[in-house]
Design a binder for this molecule. Sequence first.
Ligand code: SER
Length: 316
Amino acid sequence: MEKLLVIGCAGQIGSELTLELRRIYGNDNVIATDIKQAPQDILESGPFEILNALDAAKLAEMVDKNKITQIYHLAAILSGNAEKNPLPSWNINMQSLLLLLEIAREKKLNKIFWPSSIAVFGPTTPRVETPQYTVMEPNTVYGISKLAGERWMEYYFQKFGVDGRSLRYPGLISYKTEAGGGTTDYAVEIFYEAVKNGKYECFLDENTYLPMMMMEDAIKATVDIMEADPDKVKIRSSYNVAGISFSPKEIAAEIKKHMPDFAITYKPDFRQAIADSWPQSIDDTNARKDWGLRNTYDIKRMSKVMLDEIGKKFKG
Ligand code: SER
């Protein structure tokens, strides 16, 4: 019987992944935690506790008390916010991971999940169809912490047999919970602003291509890598996952098909330099081959679902 603990259940990924894990493993077998209050559907469907991801003693106590066998650690300071506060962000992102790895080793957890990101790549990385193995010289605090984290994940697997699994998520697109402080956030904000105000001022230039993925596909990929046989998970740092690549201009054109009066303007800020250092598209052959990654959304379907669902939120 698996007992799961989710750190960061109120965030963009956690608010959806927690519910999916409860559907699969049973509501009471998935303990949700976050530093802030969880959304209503998480509070109502199963156990929730406030937890600071840096609180080693409380995490250890929760693992013992609930006989936890798997932890999903989703708490992080994203790329844009981390640049505003470098050392505290490094501390939160790194210390919380090291704490998780130590708990996994000491308590002999069955598995852990920790997300990495396209931010592990940098300006010297080939930007088109970025390979799994390539030059990695990230120049953001967030990217440096994710790359270091990947090395630690692999280290704990090789030295201590900790069964850690990880994906390099592209920008994640979702209508339930907004991200906050990331460079790819524009691709979510644009839909909210389109529905609410019919216009959007984009903080990235119109031709900035970045890889993105619809949350439904990201959740499926997460569950799939976690359920794969251990010998199929050949990469123990983190897997490239591609999703769909588009620019602000292309997504605006797609929105205009549904809302002809939608207007977009461009005012790039400091996040432009971050975006320019990241891949435009990703080669995810390894994930497809090793454990069967699949992507089901294209830009058309993504835009329609985002506009419909956000529309329901504001009109309903
Ligand atoms: N979406 C994240 C960010 O923009 C990247 O992992 O920070």
